[in-house]
Design a protein around this ligand. Sequence first.
Ligand code: ATP
Ligand code: MG
Length: 243
Amino acid sequence: MFDEQKKSKSLTPIVISNLSLLLGKTKILDKIKCKIHNKSIIAVLGPNGAGKSLFLKTINGLTPVESGKIKFNSKEINYQIRKEIALVFQKPTLLRRTVLENMQFVLEKKNKLSNLEIMNHLQKVGLDTYKHKPARLLSGGEQQRLSLARALLINPSLLLLDEPTANLDPYSLNLIEEIILDENKKGKTIILTTHDMGQAKRLAKEILFFDKGKLLEQTKAINFFAKPKTKEAQNYINGKILL
Ligand SMILES: Nc1ncnc2c1ncn2[C@@H]1O[C@H](COP(=O)(O)OP(=O)(O)OP(=O)(O)O)[C@@H](O)[C@H]1O
Ligand SMILES: [Mg+2]
């Protein structure tokens, strides 16, 4: 516990300043400025195409930015910091191997202890009896749960989850939300995207609301849902299309 807290402190606060991303001729992210505090759970909200997934990828260092900076506790991303961040993609990327081999792949050392740990994590997401099944044969929701278990296995301080429950049935959704809350209690900082307003209310301490590549609001979750500041956020929450 102490170790985890110490670890997560070393990455936070994450300070993002003037972050812009250009793909082709389109400005995907436009001068994003925000601060992410230690041990927070942030929900990134906004309509399709707002830039949420690419925002997560830029934090992970996967997408080179056009301009701006992301500082992790005053440091720019490096190998050590990269190892402390896990991103679970909106569309799971799994190897053409078994569930177990997909888990083993992310571990540097493979021994009896790591196999025990793998089984613990698979059990957490309800996939322990599927360990010899080819991962690509799992259903969409099962693949999503495997991706999360694999991300947790490396025990990152910062967990980036892109629509982690988009394909899940109510039981699995509940299971994953409990894992997210539990991991946060143990010291992880978590940034997730979701279109499920109930989920954002249940999990998030803070909301980042994106629209058309711009960050329109960074607000405490309670205040956001009580009264969003911008018309765009009001319309989004009320299910009105944003033009
Ligand atoms: N490689 C690319 N080249 C050009 N444009 C891209 C590329 N990847 C994504 N985009 C565009 O960037 C915008 C933001 O995409 P992103 O995937 O971040 O949206 P999102 O907010 O996650 O949406 P959703 O809610 O549908 O997941 C979209 O308009 C998308 O079409
Ligand atoms: Mg997305």
